[in-house]
Design a protein around this ligand. Structure first.
Ligand SMILES: [Zn+2]
Ligand SMILES: [Zn+2]
Length: 138
């Protein structure tokens, strides 16, 4: 975690305990929480912190390249401290967002390179479905 304090220092930004707590929380979960979910969690330890602070901190963390924002549809924004390009799957019933691990999408990228004349700089891939817990409840 030394990394983040150096990055903040370089940009002359103050790494406040709240900012650090938000980043640490995002690093520790794989649930891709929304700002509201982050707020609900962090305000347990920092009751005076506002939701606006969470939004501002997320914006800073995104600008610094420490967090990526996922727009999983209908302007439902979720946050991920894993900034590598990786595909996600979203449950349409409960809104849960998971990483798709161990799947190989290199062929897809190769196809895009083959069938268009674009240089591909990045991509965002979202799948939508019904998660296992929601399937059980059906
Ligand atoms: Zn679900
Ligand atoms: Zn992810």
């Amino acid at each position: 975690m030394n990394n983040i304090s150096n990055i903040f220092k370089e940009k002359n930004l103050k790494l406040t305990p709240q900012r650090y707590a938000i980043y640490k929380f995002l690093k520790s979960v794989k649930t891709h929480p929304s700002a509201e979910m982050i707020y609900a969690e962090i305000s347990k330890d920092y009751p005076t912190m506002s939701l606006a602070t969470v939004y501002k901190t997320l914006k800073t963390l995104i600008e610094l390249g420490l967090v990526q924002e996922l727009n999983v549809g209908e302007d439902n924004f979720r946050y991920d401290a894993n900034v590598a390009i990786h595909p996600h799957i979203v449950c349409l019933n409960c809104g849960k967002v998971d990483d798709i691990e161990n799947a190989n999408f290199d062929n897809l990228k190769t196809d895009v390179l083959n069938y268009t004349d674009y240089d591909v700089l990045s991509y965002k891939l979202y799948f939508y479905g019904i998660c296992s817990e929601c399937k059980k409840g059906r």
